[in-house]
Design a protein around this ligand. Structure first.
Ligand code: NAD
Length: 441
């Protein structure tokens, strides 16, 4: 098929590359000149395991190419994905301006029958809105084509995006139009071979499913973070509690990790957007709002522990090594990462920070530039040089088994703050270090 994908971010580029890989001809539209320039040279402008090879391979065989505008990218496409950003507005509402802009341009340039796939995470009513914008633009031009908008939320996770896209648990399609669904079934056929994964529902259900899934996962994390505080208060270890809970097959073991709070471009914004959607519908999503509030507080937790250890006011002129900047391992994405809250709090208290992440250093440089008090280090060892204490914020594999004796020899104040419960407190303490985890009373 001939496919156009609008937006070459994490979702758009993975979608484009995976559909190209199975034989479709895919045009990616990206309006960011920097991203486009990199992609033209087959360079993926962010870190996602396996994606560079996939993109390079498909460019080489001519199944994937990049253009700067929808006017140039729509051509004779049969399917056009909208995979643009929907960042949060201060109210929590999803900012729909990129989706609206893309819809208007599709309406201005569509020249034949087309299925428009709304893949961006967007509130209930977006399919209808996009359809309305496209129909209005076609009417203005005095043209008439069969254009049908389908909701198809994306459930991939950064860090395992290709695997999730090609072998995901389900493919949700929201549409009342059988003809459009038939086109989508054909397009997804290579990823739907072994057992039926396609679930067709009405657009509103499909749109809500995405927010419901992310809010559920975020709820589990905030629940465990709240429980971690209780564990500290009553002298339990949340890691033991987690294992005890996870063995119950009704609960399961996924997303039960207490830590420094959830981040990334999805959970924080999607929980807020669900709460906003509820307010718009005249109700109060008490649980979703609590999930968000618990998380905001949790992101301060490591700093509180550090401040408590060093006695108030004594952070000035101390130096902290921070390992891990990305919001989770295997990505360079720092959007809403808990590391930002910790580092800002430390700098705000007059401390110096020496930070390292295996792949997010460019993201950190873009975020902070030259920031007084903050040194972005070339490796984990340099971050430790002259440091009083170490905080780990992202559970990269490479941080899982450090030499604690060496850490004890290097850290002046002999203290570690384990924001992901990576280490065995006993092993750390026997090396002569003070250990602080999350919920390990
Ligand atoms: P992103 O911000 O990384 O990428 C969006 C891209 O779209 C940007 O490069 C931007 O320049 C481009 N763009 C915007 N308007 C355009 C236009 N008119 N023409 C051409 N390009 C345009 O976003 P993302 O992380 O890929 O997320 C996209 C959507 O998918 C969001 O709604 C997000 O919530 C959702 N989502 C993201 C993930 C994830 O893990 N990142 C997972 C599932 C769903």
């Amino acid at each position: 098929m001939r496919v156009t994908v609008i937006g070459a971010g994490y979702v758009g580029l993975v979608t484009a590359a995976c559909f190209a890989e199975v034989g479709n001809t895919v045009t990616c539209v990206e309006r960011d000149a920097g991203r486009l320039q990199a992609l033209d040279k087959a360079q993926v402008p962010f870190y996602e395991p396996g994606l560079s090879d996939l993109v390079a391979r498909n460019i080489e065989v001519g199944r994937m190419h990049f253009v700067p505008s929808i006017a140039q990218g729509l051509g004779t496409a049969q399917v056009c994905f909208i995979a643009v950003g929907t960042p949060p507005l201060p109210s929590g509402q999803a900012d729909m301006s990129q989706v609206r802009g893309a819809a208007a341009e599709i309406g201005q340039h569509v020249s034949g029958p087309l299925v428009v796939v709304q893949k961006s995470t967007a509130p209930v009513g977006t399919v209808e809105m996009v359809q309305g914008i496209i129909d209005a633009e076609m009417a203005r031009r005095g043209v008439q084509h069969w254009v049908s908008v389908v909701s198809n939320p994306e459930f991939l996770k950064e860090g395992s995006a290709i695997e999730d896209f090609t072998r995901g648990d389900r493919i949700v399609l929201g549409s009342n139009d059988d003809k459009a669904i038939a086109v989508m079934r054909e397009l997804y056929r290579p990823f739907n071979r072994n057992h039926e994964k396609i679930m067709v529902m009405k657009p509103a259900s499909s749109e809500l499913t995405k927010y419901a899934a992310n809010t559920m996962l975020a709820t589990r994390i905030s629940f465990m973070n709240e429980l971690a505080r209780l564990a500290e208060a009553v002298g339990a270890d949340i890691e033991q509690v987690r294992l005890g809970m996870g063995e119950d097959h009704r609960i399961g073991s996924h997303f039960l990790y207490a830590g420094a709070g959830y981040g990334g471009s999805c959970f924080p914004k999607d929980v807020k957007a669900l709460a906003f959607m509820a307010r718009e519908a005249g109700m109060h999503a008490e649980l979703a709002e609590a999930v968000d509030a618990v998380n905001q507080r949790q992101k301060q937790r490591l700093f509180e522990k550090i401040a408590a250890h060093f006695a108030a006011g004594d952070l000035k002129d101390r130096t902290f090594a921070v390992w891990g900047l990305a919001f989770k391992p295997n990505t360079d994405d720092m959007r809403d990462a808990p590391s930002i809250d910790l580092i800002e709090a430390l700098l705000g208290a007059g401390a110096r920070v020496q930070a390292f992440d295996p792949v997010a250093m460019d993201s950190a440089r873009k975020l902070w530039g030259e920031r007084p008090g903050l040194t972005l280090c070339k490796d984990a060892a340099s971050a430790l040089q002259g440091a009083d204490a170490l905080a780990v914020v992202t559970e990269w594999h490479t941080f899982r088994s450090p030499d604690f004796d060496q850490l004890a020899a290097q850290l002046k104040a002999k203290a570690v703050f384990d924001g992901r419960n990576l280490w065995d407190p006993q092993a750390v303490r026997s090396a002569g270090l003070a250990y602080y985890g999350i919920g390990r009373g």
